[in-house]
Design a protein around this ligand. Sequence first.
Ligand code: GAR
Length: 203
Amino acid sequence: MKNIAVLASGRGSNLEAIIKNIEKGTLQANLACVISDNKDARALQITRDHGFKALYLDPGPKKTWLLPEFEENYVKTLQEHNVDLVCLAGFMRIIKKPLLEAFKGRILNIHPALLPSFPGLEVQKKALEYGVRFSGCTVHFVTEDVDAGPIITQAVVPVLDDDTPDTLAARILKEEHRIYTEAINIILSGKYKIEGRRIIRTG
Ligand code: GAR
């Protein structure tokens, strides 16, 4: 069984869904560790409650990314845990060279919009303001360009007339919990090929 690690900064509901699916056997992976840049993250508590390894790693002085020496420490920890695939689940920092090079093509992220629409932050608010009738979520490979890597899977949800950013976020989140596991299973199975930007399933 392949080893995954989850990096999470906060609430950890996607992490929780991943853990539950591992426990149920619907996600065929071993959770080697969960790493957070926030020592108070609920994600770390959930991890401990389920008996998995939870680690806080100092993110250093920058707010939205990790200085190279701090990111190197993330790399070292992931390597020490023999991690095959890194899954970002609400990890609110931009990933840079050290991690991207050490885990080339082996980092996934989940984003609460239908990329390439609405990259970045506060995307449910942006979707409402723009007036789209559908939004959703995307699991994609992480590359140097933020929220722009090849797409593995997406799910669509309707935008309702009385939606607020919170009600839309909740509808999207439900789908996030479902498709992240689906995407991880696809990548770990190796049953896909990459043609340009397209990830095509082969099994
Ligand atoms: C999720 O909606 C995830 O898609 C989003 O943060 C939330 C984390 O929730 N990620 C991003 O916006 C990344 N740019 P969770 O901690 O409950 O999984």
